[in-house]
Design a binder for this molecule. Structure first.
Ligand code: ACM
Ligand code: ZN
Length: 627
C-alpha cells in the first residue's frame, strides 16, 4: 500500500517536473508565493475544533519546533492548547500530521500538503514541512472572518510544491540605523512567512559598526555611535542626538538560532575595502592617510577606505572574520566589496608598493588581490566568499559568488565565467526606493534627483535569469534577494511600509516556477494578503492603489489618448479633467479615452464609495510631444 502510494507520488512529481500540468490558476486559494500545483479534492472540508491533535512522524527537534508553531497558531484561533503526539494508529481523524519524508523530485525544500475530510498531512524534509505549514496558514480563514470561535474549516486540496530558486534572500541594513534584536527577529518572521531561506545581515558601514568583536573593542566603543545623522541629498535631519548600538556576540548567536529554527541561514556582511568609515574611525591607522575620522553622520561614498598596502589591514580583517565565522554557521560569508573609490590607493605609497610587489596592473586588481586573500582565508575555515558585483572589476577571485545590484551585467559576466550569481538588481529589489509617484510618498532613496521608482508591478516583473545565458550558464543564477537599506528609514512602521507589499511580490519571484507566475492572479491574491498584513499588525503601503497615467499625445491634432491603471485587482478608478478632486460621483474609468490638450487630469481609486488611494494628478501642456 505504502509502496503504491510512493509510486503514485513519484509519478505526480515527475509529471509536474516535465510541466505537463495545467497552468490554469486555481482561483479559490490565495497562496503567496504560488505553489507548483493546487488540486481541489472532491471531499468535504476538514474541520478544526478543540479536539484537534498535531501528530509528528519522529521526535526530532525540527518537527517539534514546527508542531509547536502550529499549536501556537491554533491556540490563537481556538483559545485552547493543542496536544502534540507521535503519530499512532489513533490519528485517523481530526489530526494534522507532520511527516518527515524525502519525496523524490521535490528536492530539499519541497512538500506535499493534503487536506481531506479526515486529516491534514504535510510531508517533506524538515524544511519542506515548515514551508507546507506556511502554506497551510494561508488556507486558514482570516481571524476576522471567523463566525464560530470554537471551530473553523480548511478547504480540501492537495498541494505539491517546491521552490524555483535555492537562494531566496532578504537583506537588512542595520548599519545606518541600528535596529534592536526584536526588530531583527520580526524581519526574520516575515522572511519565514514568505518561504525565504537566507537573511543577509548588513552589519557594518560608514555609519556604524554593529557586531561585537572581542579582539577589537573600539569597533563598538567608537564605531557603533553616530554624533547625529542627516541625509546629504536633502539636508534633512534624521536624528539630532548621538545614536547607535550594536549586538553582543550572545545576541548574534540568539538571532542565528532563531533564524535557523525557521530554516533561514544568516549571512553576515563585513564590508571591505570601502564602506569602512566607522571601522576607520575606531582604528584610523588602517587607512591610507592615518585619519582622524569620525563615524559618518551623512550618507555618501567615502574616499577613505582600508589601506590595501598595509599587512596590518589583512591581519585585522582576518581576525574579525575568525570571530564572525564562530558565530555564523552559514557556508557563505559576505565581504562587501561595493563602492570602494580608488583615490586613496592611487596616492598611497604602501598601496602602490603592494601593486608593484604583486605585479598588479592597477587599483582594481589590488581590490581583487584583497578579495582573493580573503577568499583563501575563508577557504581555510571551509567557508565561501560572496561579494557585491564590484568584485568583478579587477578580475573575479576563483570561487567567489557575486551579488549583483547594479543590473544584470555582473550576473551575466559571472555566470559566463562559471561563477554563481544572485540577482539583487536595484531597480527591482531595492525596497528603499519609492514605490509610487515620489510626490505622494514619504521621502525615500534618490528623492531629489529624477529616478524611476520601484512599483509593486516592477518588483513582480523581475525575471532573474538573463536571456543572454545558455542553459548551463543559467544554472549559475542561484537566486535573488530583496534589499532593505535604512539610510532613509528609522522606524519599524517605516520599515513595514517599504517592505510590504513588495516583499510578497519578490517572494513569488523567488519561489514560484516561471510558468506559474501571473500578475493578474497575484493582484487578486493580494486582496487577501493585505488583510493578512492587517492581522499581523503590519504597517503596509497602499501605494499599489495609486492610479497611474499613460498619456500618449499627438502633437499634430493636439489630442491625447489617456489610459489609467493601478497595481491592484479590479480597481474602481474615478477621474476628473476639470481640476476638481475626484469623488465617488466622478466619471468612472473603463477604457482609454481621448482628450484635448492642455489637460489636468486627477484620478483616484474607490471602494464602496470610499476613496482608498491618494489623488494622483498630471498636467499635460499642448506643446508636449510624446508620452
Ligand atoms: C550597494 O547598494 N552599494 C550594494
Ligand atoms: Zn594604502
Amino acid at each position: 500500500m505504502k509502496l503504491k502510494k510512493n509510486i503514485l507520488l513519484t509519478l505526480i512529481v515527475f509529471l509536474i517536473s516535465i510541466k505537463c500540468y495545467s497552468i490554469n490558476q486555481e482561483k479559490s486559494l490565495s497562496i503567496i508565493p504560488q505553489p507548483v500545483s493546487i488540486v481541489k479534492n472532491n471531499e468535504k472540508d476538514f474541520v478544526v475544533d478543540k479536539n484537534i491533535i498535531i501528530a509528528i512522524s519522529e521526535n526530532s527537534e525540527e518537527l517539534n519546533f514546527i508542531a509547536n508553531q502550529l499549536a501556537l497558531r491554533l491556540r490563537d484561533y481556538l483559545s485552547t492548547d493543542v496536544n502534540i503526539n507521535q503519530i499512532n494508529r489513533k490519528n485517523k481523524h481530526n489530526s494534522i500530521l507532520l511527516i518527515k519524508e524525502n519525496i523524490p523530485g521535490l528536492g530539499n525544500e519541497g512538500y506535499i500538503l493534503d487536506v481531506n475530510r479526515k486529516q491534514i498531512t504535510i510531508r517533506g524534509t524538515h524544511n519542506g514541512v515548515f514551508y507546507g505549514l506556511q502554506t497551510l496558514y494561508q488556507m486558514f480563514p482570516l481571524k476576522n472572518d471567523l463566525i464560530n470561535k470554537s471551530k473553523f474549516s480548511i478547504p480540501s486540496y492537495t498541494i505539491i510544491d517546491k521552490p524555483r530558486f535555492e537562494w531566496r534572500g532578504g537583506m537588512l541594513d542595520v548599519a545606518r540605523y541600528f535596529q534592536p534584536v526584536s526588530v531583527v527577529k520580526r524581519y526574520i518572521d516575515f522572511l519565514a512567512l514568505h518561504k525565504i531561506n537566507t537573511f543577509h545581515w548588513h552589519l557594518n558601514d560608514d555609519q556604524g559598526w554593529r557586531i561585537e568583536i572581542k579582539k577589537y573593542p573600539k569597533l563598538t566603543e567608537v564605531g557603533a555611535w553616530r554624533k547625529d545623522s542627516q541625509l546629504e541629498l536633502s539636508g534633512k535631519q534624521m536624528a539630532f542626538a548621538p545614536h547607535g548600538g550594536y549586538y553582543t556576540q550572545e545576541e548574534i548567536k540568539d538571532v542565528v538560532k532563531y533564524a535557523a529554527e525557521r530554516f533561514i541561514s544568516v549571512i553576515p556582511e563585513i564590508e571591505m575595502p570601502g564602506h569602512s568609515y566607522a571601522a576607520l574611525a575606531s582604528y584610523p591607522e588602517l587607512s591610507c592617510t592615518g585619519g582622524p575620522f569620525e563615524v559618518s553622520t551623512i550618507w555618501k561614498v567615502h574616499e577613505d577606505i582600508y589601506c590595501a598596502g598595509n599587512e596590518k589591514t589583512y591581519e585585522f580583517l582576518e581576525n574579525i572574520l575568525s570571530e564572525v565565522i564562530e558565530l555564523f554557521p552559514a557556508s557563505y560569508i559576505h565581504i562587501g566589496g561595493d563602492e570602494a573609490p580608488k583615490t586613496r590607493w592611487e596616492a598611497c605609497p604602501k598601496c602602490q608598493a603592494k601593486i608593484a610587489a604583486e605585479h598588479l596592473d592597477n587599483e582594481h586588481e589590488l581590490q581583487t588581490y584583497m578579495v582573493k586573500r580573503m577568499e583563501d582565508f575563508l577557504a581555510t575555515k571551509n567557508r565561501k566568499l560572496i561579494g557585491w558585483d564590484e568584485i568583478i572589476e579587477g578580475g573575479l577571485s576563483p570561487n567567489a559568488t557575486v551579488l549583483c545590484w547594479r543590473g544584470f551585467d555582473g550576473a551575466i559576466t559571472a555566470a559566463k565565467q562559471g561563477h554563481d550569481a544572485i540577482i539583487a538588481h536595484s531597480k527591482y529589489t531595492y525596497l528603499d526606493h519609492y514605490q509610487s509617484e515620489p510626490y505622494l510618498e514619504p521621502l525615500a532613496w534618490a528623492g531629489l534627483v529624477p529616478y524611476g521608482y520601484t512599483t509593486l508591478q516592477k518588483s513582480y516583473s523581475l525575471e532573474p535569469i538573463p536571456s543572454e545565458l545558455n542553459e548551463s550558464e543559467q544554472k549559475h543564477i542561484i537566486g535573488l534577494q530583496a534589499q532593505l537599506w535604512l539610510e532613509y528609514i528609522r522606524t519599524t512602521d517605516h520599515m513595514d511600509y517599504m517592505l510590504f507589499p513588495r516583499l510578497s511580490a519578490l517572494a513569488e519571484v523567488m519561489w514560484t516556477q516561471k510558468e506559474q507566475k501571473n500578475w493578474e492572479f497575484f493582484k487578486w491574491k493580494m486582496e487577501t494578503q493585505y488583510r493578512r498584513y492587517n492581522e499581523l499588525n503590519i504597517n503596509y503601503s497602499m501605494s499599489a492603489y495609486t492610479v497611474y497615467f499613460d498619456i500618449k499625445t499627438d502633437s499634430l491634432s493636439n489630442k491625447a489618448l489617456v489610459s489609467l491603471s493601478t497595481d491592484n485587482y479590479n480597481p474602481t478608478i474615478r477621474y476628473t479633467i476639470n481640476g476638481d478632486d475626484p469623488t465617488e460621483n466622478s466619471d468612472k474609468y473603463s477604457q482609454p479615452f481621448t482628450v484635448i490638450l492642455p489637460l489636468t487630469i486627477k484620478a483616484a481609486n474607490f471602494n464602496n464609495g470610499q476613496r482608498i488611494s491618494k489623488i494622483n494628478q498630471k498636467t499635460i501642456l499642448k506643446s508636449r510631444i510624446g508620452k
